[in-house]
Design a protein around this ligand. Structure first.
Ligand SMILES: [Zn+2]
Length: 492
């Protein structure tokens, strides 16, 4: 009897975009073999060359991770579901206690205006006067002011959080206006921190706002997070994710992890309390995926509305940790896919061999880790450099009718926006299987949105022993937005 295998959004490009596929087998190992046999492209994503399951992929049978069962030998019974959950740049209920020191919240008093404003919370058993005092006394840092971070910050300000820190070094760009409901065209080129600070001021003048308008680095991470009761990690790179995880661990600051890929959100809570068995990000995903293996949200797009849902959940987790009410996501990973109407909660335990919080940790301080190396952001020395050509050079060669093959490695839905009519469409997940379509006697030029996945495409084909000349379109289609051929008005 076939078993349902739930495929996380991150991996669906390798399974024909299906969220659930069928596989045969009576153990996890057999199921994975069956998945790999039916979907060639996913095999190299799931397994390293030596055949080991890659560290950035977690596998659950129903809601339990296989490391807590029998690993790859875990039996799979009829009716079970196997879940493939890779890292995204996303147990029994534990008793929740407030993270706010009592001496701080006891000093809070409310004005008549506050009593009216927060009446809805005063009425609730889960908050009440005591909980609202904790909310006012709380200091919460939002790292990353993308759509999730802005939503979270806005909800926390309206709930009455006393101090909010905003950490982001980017300026507002046009795509932000589509994704961030707080942003308008008047905000273009303004620092994101300034825009969100204004928004919070308009929501609640009593909320203190601190702005950290610089990039997150090893030198500033621990010092910045240690001024707060809680951190909400809404950043969009693996480097920032692991850096914040490690900094919060060493500073013993709880962290709400909120992430989004395409249409799927992931949330969890890292309590960073040495006295509990709460896991950290490295317990969950010991290592990030290889460089460019998984496209980022800016490369794949975001379905409007989903970030607000994830931001709402993140704010709710923060308020539960502040007030000490309800059950939090400590020791659990919540996966929500509103587009496919699926919600899963997985149990996650501390990994006793975790490099950070395990029994014999190798990570001793944030400064001791090279996060660029750890996140594979440097080109390895033994990888031959990928040759690039500019958009202008490509135009010249096309107009001179030089023999060449153009390959667009983006996903089908991305090609609906910008289309290069001369290009053959081969999504990156199908390249190895379809390499016979390429002519090794002519130059092949690979293109994607930003010129990063096309580099991965070239390296993937090199690994698959393709020997023809290959070039990367520098800057990708983003660099070719204003391209006009001499014989036509435009190319879109
Ligand atoms: Zn850990």
């Amino acid at each position: 009897m076939a078993t349902d295998v739930y495929v996380s959004a991150t991996l669906r490009m390798f399974t024909g975009r299906e969220p659930v596929i069928q596989a045969d087998g009576t153990s996890v190992c057999e199921i994975l073999r069956s998945v790999a046999a039916g979907h060639d492209d996913i095999k190299r994503i799931l397994f390293a060359e030596e055949g080991n399951l890659r560290d950035f992929v977690r596998i659950f049978v129903n809601n339990t991770e296989i490391r807590g069962l029998q690993g790859l030998d875990t039996p799979v019974k009829p009716g079970d579901t196997v879940y493939l959950i890779p890292a995204v740049a996303g147990g029994a209920p534990k008793k929740n206690t407030s993270v706010i020191p009592a001496e701080r919240s006891s000093e809070v008093s409310f004005s008549d205006k506050d009593l009216e404003r927060y009446a809805g919370h005063f009425l609730l058993k889960e908050t009440g006067v005591k909980g609202q005092k904790r909310i006012r006394a709380a200091r919460v840092l939002i790292a990353g002011l993308g759509p999730i971070g802005v939503e979270t910050a806005s909800i926390l300000a309206s709930a009455g959080v006393g101090t909010i820190g905003l950490w982001d070094h980017r300026k507002t760009e046009l795509p932000d206006i589509k994704n961030l409901i707080a942003f308008t065209e008047r905000d273009l080129k303004r620092p994101r921190t300034a825009v969100v600070k204004d928004r919070i001021r308009n929501i609640c003048r009593e909320t203190e706002v601190s702005v950290f308008d610089y990039e997150i680095t090893s030198d500033n991470a621990e010092e910045t997070v240690s001024g707060y009761d809680l951190v909400v990690d809404c950043t969009d790179s693996f480097k920032s994710r692991y850096l914040i995880n490690d900094a919060c661990f060493f500073a013993a600051v709880p962290c709400v992890f909120a992430s989004l890929y395409h249409t799927e959100g992931r949330l969890t809570v890292f309590k960073n309390d040495r006295s509990t068995q709460s896991p950290c990000l490295r317990c969950l995903f010991p290592a990030p995926p290889e460089r460019n293996l998984v496209p980022t949200c800016s490369q794949t797009g975001i379905f409007s509305g989903v970030p607000s849902i994830i931001g709402g959940y993140a704010a709710c987790e923060v308020l539960k940790l502040i007030t000490g009410s309800g059950s939090t996501l400590e020791g659990k990973l919540l996966s929500i896919d509103p587009l496919n109407l699926t919600t899963h909660v997985f149990n996650v335990d501390r990994n006793c061999s975790c490099a950070l919080c395990g029994e014999s940790p190798s990570v001793r301080s944030v400064q001791a880790v090279d996060y660029y190396d750890f996140c594979n952001l440097r080109e390895p020395d033994d990888t031959p450099p990928v040759e690039s050509i500019t958009v202008e050079e490509l135009v010249r060669r096309i107009e001179n009718h030089e023999p060449l093959t153009l390959v667009d490695v983006r996903e089908p839905h991305e090609r609906a926006v910008h289309r290069f009519k001369q290009a053959v469409a081969i999504p990156i997940g199908q390249l190895v299987r379809r390499k016979k379509e390429l002519n090794p006697d002519v130059d092949t030029i690979f293109l994607c949105k930003e010129g990063k996945r096309s580099i991965l495409a070239i390296n993937t084909l090199r690994e698959a022993s393709y020997t023809g000349p290959m070039y990367n379109l520098k800057g990708g289609l983003d660099a070719a937005k204003d391209l006009v051929f001499s014989d036509e008005a435009g190319w879109l």
